[in-house]
Design a protein around this ligand. Structure first.
Ligand SMILES: [Zn+2]
Length: 210
């Protein structure tokens, strides 16, 4: 998986990000599509992730709003579909160039896709497994994680809800495995600091989250 996302020599970084982003979108869309009939406003009144996590949608004014999971995911998929079909953002013609904001747009897409994956694990894993698609979901998560690890696309604060799964699927080293208790303590306080910082950044950049 790690080799899969390494940028091949001579290939443009944006080009590479674009192809992985589009592939991830297709895979997440496919898995969610198979269980979407179980994701209803009454069954999933909140956009949940593992461990009581609830994702709030940022409306056009950058205001956080609580929406049901199917609504949230519809917003996500519509936004991504619109964005990757936009020739000025995801150029397909040779002469067209990527905008300077391309990487930040990709970061946003990958973060939103992560939310959908998190919801699938938290609320619909049973249905996914019954349909025999859990391997596909795990692979999609592995792909997303590998891409994120390679290019640092998502805040650690976001990915920690699926940290245990990363370890279980051996996508990452168990951070607690070899650290002494003192080291672990340091790491924990460091993580808390980083958390509050990224949180502030998140708040500050909420305006452009339309
Ligand atoms: Zn749901």
């Amino acid at each position: 998986m790690r080799l899969l996302v390494d940028l091949p020599a001579g290939l443009d970084y944006n080009e590479w990000l674009a192809s992985h982003t589009m592939a991830l979108f297709d895979h997440v869309n496919l898995v969610y599509g198979t269980v979407s009939e179980f994701c209803t406003p009454s069954g999933c009144p909140d956009m949940t992730g593992p461990g009581q996590k609830i994702y709030l949608w940022f409306d056009e004014k950058g205001k956080k709003t609580k929406v049901a999971a199917p609504q949230y995911i519809d917003y996500v998929m519509t936004f991504i579909q619109k964005t990757i079909s936009d020739e000025t953002i995801f150029p397909t013609k040779y002469a067209n160039e990527f905008p300077s904001s391309f990487e930040s747009i990709v970061r946003k897409i990958v973060r939103l896709l992560f939310h959908v994956v998190a919801h699938l694990y938290a609320a619909h894993f049973k249905e996914v497994a019954l349909l025999g698609l859990h391997t596909h979901l795990n692979l999609t998560f592995a792909h997303l994680t590998a891409l994120h690890h390679r290019f640092a696309l998502i805040d650690a604060k976001e990915t920690e809800v699926l940290q245990d799964l990363e370890v279980a699927l051996r996508l990452t080293e168990d951070p607690t495995a070899e650290a002494s208790s003192e080291d672990a303590c340091d790491a924990a306080s460091e993580a808390t600091e980083t958390d509050s910082r990224t949180h502030l950044q998140d708040e500050a950049s909420s305006d452009n989250k339309s």
